[in-house]
Ligand binder design. Structure first.
Ligand SMILES: Cc1cc2nc3c(=O)[nH]c(=O)nc-3n(C[C@H](O)[C@H](O)[C@H](O)COP(=O)(O)O)c2cc1C
Length: 315
C-alpha cells in the first residue's frame, strides 16, 4: 500500500524507529533490504550540530540507497531548532523530524524531548520555527503525554498540523511509562481521526502481524518498530518467519557485518558491533554461550571466527 508524507511517496508501511546508538547507516540499509519503508536517524542535538557540525558526521552519514530517511533533531530553543533545520535542509535526508518523546534525564533537563509534551506553548514555537526554516517536510515524534494525568497528545497533534508538520509518529505511552506499560492503541485511533496528516503508530510491536493488527484497529498510516528490529531486521519482511533458523540468523549477521565494513570501515566501534551481534541470538538455543563469546570479543575477527564455527554447527 502506498502512503505519503508531504511530497514523498512511501511504499511499505513499516518504519524503523529512531534509536540512539543503534539506527546508524549500516543497520538502516539492512532493514531496508528486508522491506522497511522509512527509516529514522539517531537523534541529534540541534545546538551541538550548529556549533560542532563535524562531530555529527557519523550520525548524518547516508548514501542514496538510504532513502527515504528522516533525520531527527532534539532541542528546546525554537531559534536553534530552526537554524539546525535550515542547515539540515542543505544536506541529504528527506525529512526533518522533531523529537518530543525522549524520556532521558539529560534531555528532559534541557526542556527537550518528552518535556515538550508538558510544555505545549514551547512545542508549538519549535514546530512553527522548524517548519518555517526547513525546506524539507517536517515530522514530529511524540508520546501520549507527560503522565497519565496529562495526556497532551491530541492537543499537540492538532497544533502540529496547524504549524505545517506533515506527519506525526506517536509512541502511545506517557513519559512516566518510560519503555514499559500498555500501549494506548485507542489514542492512536483518536489522533488518526482528528488530523488529516499521516499518523505512524509506535510501541511494543513485536512483528509484522502485530503491526498490521495495529493498522487495522487504529487506521494508522505507518507502523514504527524499534526494539523488536534490533538483531531481527527480517521482521520488516513478509516472507521470513519471525523466528528464523540459526543458519538464517548467522547469514543476516554476516550481511550486517559486511555493511558495517563497507560503510564505516575502521571507524566502526567494536562495542557497537558487539551490541548489535549479541541481539541476533535472542531466544536461540545456546544463546548464553554464544553471547558470552561475543561479549569477550576483542577484535572483529573474533566475531567472524565465532560465526565460522556456528556455520559448521548449524549449516
Ligand atoms: C536504545 C534506544 C534508543 C532510542 N533512541 C531514540 C531516539 O534517538 N529518538 C527517539 O525519538 N526515540 C528513541 N527511542 C524510542 C524508540 O524510537 C521507540 O519509540 C520506542 O523504543 C518504542 O518502540 P518499540 O517498543 O518498538 O521499541 C529509543 C529507544 C531505544 C530502545
Amino acid at each position: 500500500m502506498i502512503w505519503t508524507i508531504g511530497p514523498l511517496t512511501l511504499k511499505p508501511p513499516l518504519v524503523l524507529a529512531p534509536m540512539a546508538g543503534c539506527t546508524d547507516l549500516p543497520f538502516r540499509l539492512l532493514c531496508r533490504e528486508f522491506g522497511a519503508g522509512l527509516c529514522y536517524s539517531e537523534m541529534i542535538n540541534a545546538e551541538s550540530l550548529l556549533h560542532h557540525p563535524a562531530d555529527h558526521a557519523a550520525l548524518l552519514a547516508t548514501i542514496p540507497a538510504d532513502q527515504p530517511l528522516a533525520i531527527q533533531l532534539y532541542g528546546s530553543d525554537p531559534v536553534l531548532m530552526g537554524e539546525a533545520s535550515a542547515l539540515l535542509s542543505e544536506l541529504p535526508g528527506n525529512i526533518i523530524d522533531i523529537n518530543m518523546g525522549c524520556p532521558m534525564q539529560e534531555v528532559l533537563k534541557e526542556g527537550a524531548g518528552a518535556a515538550l509534551m508538558n510544555n505545549l506553548p514551547l512545542a508549538k514555537k519549535i514546530m512553527t520555527q522548524v517548519c518555517r526554516e526547513s525546506r524539507k517536510p517536517v515530522t514530529v515524534k511524540i508520546r501520549s503525554g507527560w503522565n497519565h494525568e496529562t495526556i497532551t497528545a491530541p492537543r499537540l497533534a492538532r497544533m502540529a498540523e496547524d504549524a505545517g508538520v506533515q506527519a506525526l509518529a506517536i509512541h502511545a505511552r506517557t513519559r512516566s511509562d518510560g519503555f514499559s506499560g500498555e500501549i494506548d492503541w485507542g489514542l492512536v485511533a483518536e489522533i488518526k481521526k482528528m488530523v488529516a496528516i499521516p499518523v505512524i503508530g509506535n510501541g511494543e510491536l513485536k512483528n509484522r502481524e502485530e503491526a498490521l493488527a495495529m493498522q487495522a484497529r487504529t487506521g494508522c498510516d505507518g507502523m514504527m518498530l524499534g526494539r523488536a528490529a534490533l538483531g531481527a531486521p527480517w521482521i520488516f519482511s513478509d516472507r521470513i518467519n519471525p523466528q528464523p533458523s540459526m543458519a538464517f540468523r548467522i547469514r543476516t549477521l554476516r550481511r550486517h557485518l559486511a555493511l558495517i565494513e563497507e560503510q564505516l570501515g575502521e571507524k566502526a566501534e567494536l562495542a557497537k558491533i558487539r551490541n548489535h551481534a549479541w541481539k541476533y541470538f535472542r531466544g536461540a538455543t545456546s544463546a548464553k554461550s554464544i553471547r558470552g563469546r561475543i561479549e569477550a570479543a576483542q577484535r572483529r575477527e573474533d566475531i567472524h571466527t565465532l560465526l565460522n564455527e556456528l556455520e559448521l554447527r548449524y549449516g
